[in-house]
Design a protein. Sequence first.
Length: 78
Amino acid sequence: MVNSIVLPVKKVFSLTDSKIVVEIKDDGRKLQGRLVAVDEHLNLHMEETTEYTGDRRGRALGTVVIRGNNILTISPLL
């Protein structure tokens, strides 16, 4: 049974080159973009990133790096 455990970093790494949504810890902001790279600390490098506050589209940010300890959730864009 131990062999079936998937570590979070491996799951996030499998999302490389796909669109994701990242919720960050401050005031409910979400960032949507394409995941370029991830490291062992879950630091993310994203491109084509757009900021969302609630359901409202915010500004286009382009390329961003998000430090892993600021991330609340990471999910694939469906």
